[in-house]
Design a protein around this ligand. Structure first.
Ligand code: ADP
Ligand code: MG
Ligand code: ZN
Length: 484
């Protein structure tokens, strides 16, 4: 039976690190990096007798996340101990939430191939992160444990098994990431692991009413790996079923080098976490007044913003979706548009630069929009230089790149690099005459009706003028000289 006779079913568990300054149960810094174990204290080291105290910002960020996703906020939720042994978990348990999580229900809406899809959520709960085992730390090849990350606050966002393809899972995660970033509760950095995801994958015959047995693939830290892992896993399960073998519920790891998933441990034995209510922390009480205050202060969320960009700025759905995927980028876009002008034409121009050239440059340097040396005001200045005919398209690209790298003012770059466009008819005419004289055969063909040769002539004139001829003037002069 081919894979097309099967339906893949996916539920995602997403871990998002909350952007608090200090950890969830102690005052240690959450900063990424730092010397191993520099950000630790008796509480996050798990020393006997040290007592946790809940960070209020964690609760507020979890509630804001729940409100943005349409969850119900539980007035009284409870932390629980999830018991397991691992060297990077010195207490022997992780403080999480189990039976009574802070948020329940809710949903994430995303767009795929122009259609809206919705995946429902089961719950959102708060928990602490574990530390990290570091291997080969010294010459003798021994391993160490870095507990800087232990106690860093996370929310885990659990979806229902509502996703039906690897592409849907990726778009779900992109939409969720954009929302978390717009809320300012997570930095969206999948490479550093501040946003990561476990995928539960099963397959069933099309039309079947009962879901198949699932496997859980742990800790994917890129959209590409998520997609590859789901596709591999679905194929693996279909092959098992076709061969008459059972799919065994287990936890698997994705190996990006080989593009395959591997068994890590069986679910049954690992699953007995012996959850019980955390005796060192009181229940979390979230008062209705706090919920309403946080609800009133929610920012504009990505889908609403994308809709507004389409409705009031005339941007395409694709451009709008692109801009709102990163709240910092759309804020930069808003500022650049405000600095440059209003109306659909201005919006389209600014959007093109942001989505095209600036995304490329930012990708190279990895810099966040707020620290770009090309400020919104400087992009506006470049656009005005184009509008005034001072620079053309190729020149503008060079100016933008230089300003992006150095922070110089656009008009100074134009002068220093001699990028000003030549609009002077005399200079252009000289170049046109030279090109026509050098290509008598083409001129004859053009006059004989091969009008599409105009592109060839424009190219030659531009080459002659080292790309600086004003294209409108070049075109007009060429046509006049060729006798149109
Ligand atoms: P556990 O407590 O073992 O983690 P849950 O019932 O909480 O199990 O489910 C964990 C995740 O697995 C959820 O995201 C859920 O949507 C997903 N899931 C449950 N059943 C299936 C299935 N048959 N196929 C795919 N995903 C599933
Ligand atoms: Mg789970
Ligand atoms: Zn600490």
């Amino acid at each position: 039976m081919p894979i097309s006779d099967f339906q893949v079913v996916i539920g995602l568990e997403v871990h998002a690190q909350l952007l608090t300054a200090s950890k969830i149960f102690c005052g240690c810094s959450t900063a990424f990096g730092g010397a191993p174990n520099a950000h630790t204290c008796p509480v996050c080291l798990g020393l006997p007798g040290a007592l946790p105290a809940l960070n209020r910002s964690v609760v507020e960020m979890a509630v804001r996340t729940g409100l943005a996703l349409g969850c119900e906020i539980r007035p009284k939720s409870v932390f629980a101990r999830k018991n397991y042994f691992y060297p990077d978990l010195p207490k022997g348990y992780q403080i999480s939430q189990y039976e009574l999580p802070i948020c329940e229900g809710g949903e994430v809406t995303f767009t795929l191939d122009g259609r809206d899809h919705t995946a429902r959520l089961v719950r959102i709960h708060m928990e602490e992160d574990a530390g990290k085992n570091v291997h080969d730390v010294s010459a003798d090849g021994s391993s160490g444990v870095d507990l800087n990350r232990a106690g860093v606050p996370l929310v885990e966002i659990v979806s229902r098994p509502d996703l039906r393809s690897a592409e849907e899972a990726v778009e779900y995660l992109k939409a969720l990431r954009a929302i978390l970033m717009a809320l300012g509760v997570n930095d969206g950095n999948m490479q550093e692991g501040s946003l990561r995801c476990d995928a539960n994958v099963s397959v069933m015959r099309k039309g079947a009413s009962e879901l198949g047995t699932r496997c859980e693939i742990k800790n994917m830290n890129s959209f590409r790996f998520l997609k590859q892992a789901i596709e591999f896993e679905a194929r693996r399960q279909v092959e098992l079923i076709e061969a008459g073998e059972p799919v065994v519920q287990e936890t698997r790891l994705f190996d990006p080098d080989r593009g395959e998933t591997r068994s890590m441990r069986s679910k049954e034995e690992a699953h007995d976490y012996r959850y019980f209510p955390e005796p060192d922390l009181p229940p979390v009480i979230v008062e209705a007044a706090l919920v309403e205050r946080l609800r009133a202060a929610l920012p504009e969320l990505p889908r609403a913003k994308a809709e507004r960009y389409q409705r009031s700025l005339g941007l395409s759905a694709q451009d709008a979706g692109n801009l709102v995927a990163d709240a910092a980028v759309s804020a930069w876009f808003d500022a650049a548009l405000a600095a440059y002008g209003a109306g659909p034409e201005a919006a389209k121009k600014v959007a093109n630069w942001v989505i095209g050239e600036l995304a490329r440059l930012a990708n190279e340097t990895g810099e966040a929009p707020a620290t770009w040396k090309l400020t919104p005001a400087r992009l506006a200045a470049v656009l005005r230089l184009i509008d005034a005919g001072t620079i053309g398209g190729p020149g503008a690209k060079q100016v933008v790149e230089e300003v992006f790298r150095t922070g110089a003012e656009p008009d100074a770059v134009v002068k220093a690099k001699g990028l000003a466009q030549v609009s002077d008819e005399g200079a252009i005419e000289a170049a046109v005459d030279k090109v026509l004289a050098a290509n008598p055969g083409e001129v004859e063909k053009y006059r004989g009706g091969r009008k599409n040769l105009v592109g060839f002539f424009v190219g030659q004139v531009m080459k002659e003028m080292r790309g600086k001829g004003n294209p409108a003037v070049v075109n007009a002069l060429l046509r006049r000289k060729l006798g149109d």
